[in-house]
Design a protein around this ligand. Sequence first.
Ligand code: PGA
Length: 238
Amino acid sequence: MKIIIDTPEKIAEKAALRYVELLSNKPDAILGLATGSTPVGLYNELVKLNKEGKISFKNVTTFNLDEYVGLEPTHDQSYRYFMNQHLLSHVDVDMEKTNVPSGINLDEAASYDSKISSAGGIDLQLLGIGNNGHIGFNEPGTPFGSETHLVDLTDSTREANARFFASIDDVPTQAVTMGIKTVMNAKSIILIALGKAKAEIIKATLQGEVTPEVPASILQLHPYVEVYLDHEAASLLD
Ligand code: PGA
């Protein structure tokens, strides 16, 4: 596991260079994408590099980690909407090759993992991390062997995400998420964490016990993970 500590701006630039490198070697790479506030800086950087002609998404396929149950793709808090707004609508990707789990047709979740495998498997999975250690919406206690599935969101996750909704009552109670196994099947992984609020969970994730109680701790066992932290998120590491 490689740990890179820098300012949020530099992290966005350095992580974006990983994509430049990957896509110049493999223009049809399969990208695992994430939502949340953490990847926004990286996505802005990728949009900029795409406009400058330094990276092309023309041949890539994307698979997002998760989606809220009950939100149509056009809902402004759906993760499909987020992806289009922050990255996909602004780059030269083929929209037909972009995938976000459906929060409406829940039966499709059962075939999400096989769809990923048929596409060739994820080359680079991007992750944020929840304050409770969740990756995707795999909350503490999720079995490490899980594939894409339906989950009940914890109160802490709903509270953390309530800032994007009119009130906590509007935050969906369930989501569809890639499982831990789905994530671990990726050939390489980038985890980004920014801010003081993530310091404790980053310490538990990187230097604590590998346990389903801290879902992201499984990343210690993945052969190719890069962790990008700002100084605040890294502040409790030994
Ligand atoms: P955040 O969310 O990027 O908005 O902090 C991360 C997550 O919950 O996975």
